[in-house]
Design a protein around this ligand. Structure first.
Ligand code: NAP
Ligand code: SF4
Length: 673
């Protein structure tokens, strides 16, 4: 019997029969904004279709100019604009896939001055104030949706999805938070529902019955003034009645201050919100958010909470996710670690998406690494992200690879990150590397600190990926027993006391604070909901309830020498979550600090001309890193045995240490060896 019988059972939706329940959920890739050339977008989706996904939903395409996400954002409003879309649909169909186009009117979330919405209420995450739409303008927007759907059909799509969640225009009309109108398009729920329903009806009329129509409904708004359960279920039933074939679901508006997809969110955290909609309608319902593995997806389907599962980032990380799961090779899936670093952070910076764990994501239109013309013997020193990535790609190309690692564990800095609360998925990446090392026959030499002698002969190429070592403090008492370098703490070799100073407020200092704040166990879903004030069943408007912070285990000071704001991690879309967690945990943040020394009384500092002693039990040092370059020959000379030595990752550049860069560098080097 199949390991995932529900995930891989076919389903007929509208006029289509899908081979499985895996949906590529809509994700803005940035490639849809290159509307003059969709060849990269076509190659991107073609790879996912080849990878066996049952249905693809594109990133949002605006039905008119005012609805665009940004000034040059993707838009389908004329016959001329159909042509590039044909590249996409042909590529996906040739690969055996099915694809629907998402129609998204951004409303007040558009990043341009021509934004419009139900009422003139500015979004807290936008600098542009929307114009309240007139009744005439609303009727035009309905017609624009219908025209966009007709053009999508002309472009060869198998259907369209109307975007009505995440706080975009139709969400804005659906919720009293933004819809403060007193006319027929606002007021009570019936009035607020009028635009979504009119849009569905107009689109259905434009495309006919034999064209798949999905509606993405926000089933948990997570903002004040959001809808409650009764309103959400009434909307779901009305949309079904209006002619929607499938209800896709969305969790949280973009302006919500509750995390919905970062790694700290428990897997399948919002299934209850989806399940209650599923029970209220007869049409199929798609579950979403934090369903990273086939096991989790199967369980959600098997329990009857949904009919299909939408994945976005996991399919960026591995386009072959569905095929590998179907073939019983789930351990070979490259896991998305929910870091947002190369995908959502890029999107919000206006750049095309990439992926930390998959350097090929977004690059599908250019040829990947080809098999080596002749196998070579390659020594890779260091099994951190750079070394692991080098070893895997080199072995995949047919080289004979030996991987030296000084410690007993794979992963380097990744293994330390995996100990941080909310970054547990990093451990999945290490597990994946371990699996692939075995599958590819890479010779792994753990507990082996390679020295020059080991590299002198027997190799055709040597790659140094020895990573970094933590920077040591240069101040009186820096060797005091209270002092703990962060790797010692995270690896569990040393333990901190009840009062802790953390020196260095970079990404790792903040991670260390989260580690120190957490108890020994990961919160259950109920505890997580209580901490963030979430009711997934929306018994209250928006699903918001008073938050109940967990117990405090420690008193923590986070320190930096620079003046200015602190506590926000480096990630654009994850930093705010860490900042809230630190504030809630009572972490005291001190900037503009000069460190004077450490002794039995604690950490002596000077701040604003005043000397003070922080009476702490432990001082955790997170003061950056330095490269480990013992095996790197001086510039201009060759390595042991006269071979050129290649250096990748932190061994090459410790500043702004970055796992994405390390993995990409390793893969690119291995592609050339
Ligand atoms: P970092 O970001 O460079 O921060 C090092 C901190 O140490 C700074 O706050 C610096 O601030 C302080 N410092 C530097 N030299 C010092 C010295 N000699 N004595 C005392 N303090 C000193 O490094 P990191 O926190 O180790 O992080 C390494 C890299 O990993 C960074 O690029 C970071 O972005 C990345 N990272 C990313 C994530 C993520 O979630 N995306 C998470 C963790 C780490 P002052 O000089 O002002 O004191
Ligand atoms: Fe997942 Fe990170 Fe890749 Fe985004 S960048 S898809 S979150 S692994």
């Amino acid at each position: 019997m199949h390991a995932y019988p529900h995930l891989f059972s076919p389903l007929t939706v509208g006029p289509l029969t899908l081979p499985n329940r895996v949906v590529m959920g809509s994700m803005h890739t940035g490639l849809e904004d290159h509307f003059w050339d969709y060849s990269r977008l076509a190659a991107f989706y073609e790879a996912r279709a080849r990878g066996g996904v049952g249905l693809i939903i594109t990133g949002g395409i605006a039905p008119n100019r005012r609805g665009q996400l940004q000034p040059l954002g993707g838009r389908l409003a004329s016959r001329l604009a159909v042509l590039p879309h044909r590249l996409v649909t042909r590529a996906v169909h040739a690969a055996g896939g099915r694809i629907v186009m998402q129609i998204l009117h951004a409303g007040r979330y558009g990043y341009h001055p021509f934004v419009e919405s139900a009422s003139a209420v500015q979004a807290p995450i936008s600098r542009f104030s929307p114009r309240a739409m007139s009744a005439r303008r609303i009727a035009q927007v309905v017609r624009d949706h219908a025209r966009c759907a007709r053009l999508a059909r002309l472009a060869g799509y198998d259907g369209v999805e109307i975007m009505g969640s995440e706080g975009y225009l139709l969400s804005q009309f659906l919720c009293a938070r933004v819809n403060q109108r007193q006319d027929a398009w606002g007021g009570d729920l019936q009035g607020r529902l009028r635009l979504p329903l009119a849009t569905v009806e107009a689109v259905r009329q434009a495309v006919g019955r034999d064209f798949l129509l999905l509606f993405r409904l926000s089933v948990l708004d997570l903002v004040e003034g959001g809808n409650d359960r009764e309103a959400i279920l009434t909307a779901a039933r009305a949309l079904e009645q209006a002619g929607v074939d499938v209800l896709d679901t969305g969790i949280g508006w973009h302006e919500a201050r509750i995390p919905t997809i970062v790694g700290a969110v428990p897997r399948a955290a919002f299934r209850a919100a989806v399940a209650q909609v599923k029970r209220a309608v007869r049409i199929p319902v798609i579950a979403t958010n934090r369903l990273p593995t086939p096991e989790v997806a199967e369980e959600v389907l098997a329990s009857g909470d949904a009919d299909l599962v939408a994945l976005a980032r996991p399919l960026l990380a591995d386009p072959d996710w569905a095929r590998k799961a179907a073939q019983g090779r789930a351990t070979g899936i490259i896991p998305c670690i929910a870091c947002n670093q190369a995908c959502l952070d890029r999107t919000f910076a206006g750049q095309p998406v990439g992926c930390l764990v998959n350097p090929r994501a977004g690059q599908e239109a250019t040829p990947g690494w080809s098999p080596a013309s002749a196998p070579r013997r390659i020594a890779v020193v260091g099994a951190g992200p750079a070394g692991l990535s080098t070893a895997l790609v080199a072995a995949e190309r047919g080289h004979h690879v030996t991987l030296f690692e000084a410690t007993a564990e794979l992963g380097g800095q990744l293994a330390l990150a995996a100990r941080v609360p909310g970054k547990e998925e990093y451990g999945e990446l290490i597990r994946y590397y371990r699996t692939r090392i075995a599958e590819l026959g890479i010779t792994l030499r753990l507990n082996t600190r390679a020295v020059a002698e080991d590299l002198r002969q027997g190799w055709d190429a040597v790659v140094v990926a020895t990573g970094v070592t933590p920077r040591r403090l240069q101040l009186p008492g820096s060797d005091h027993p209270k002092v703990i370098p962060y790797p010692e703490l995270l690896a569990g070799r040393r333990h901190a006391g009840a009062r802790v100073a953390v020196i260095g407020a970079g990404g790792i200092g903040i991670d260390v604070c989260e580690f120190l704040l957490a108890g020994s166990t990961r919160p259950t879903l109920d505890e997580w909901c209580a901490e963030w004030g979430v009711d997934p069943t929306s018994a209250t408007p928006g699903g918001l309830v008073p938050s109940v912070p967990g117990p405090r285990h420690r008193e923590i000071w986070l320190l930096q020498r620079k003046p200015g704001r602190m506590g926000r991690g480096p990630g654009l879309t994850t930093g705010w979550v860490q900042q809230i967690a630190l504030r809630r945990g009572g972490v005291q943040m001190l900037a503009g600090v000069q460190y004077l020394g450490i002794d039995d009384t604690g950490l002596r500092i000077q701040r604003a001309g005043q000397v003070e002693v922080l009476a702490v039990d432990s001082v955790v040092v997170c003061a950056g890193q330095e490269s480990v370059r013992d095996l790197v020959p001086p510039a201009g000379s060759t390595g042991p045995g006269g071979l050129a030595v290649h250096v990748v990752g932190g061994a090459g550049q410790a500043a702004e240490l970055d796992a994405e860069r390390a993995i990409r560098q390793g893969a690119e080097l291995a592609g050339r060896l």
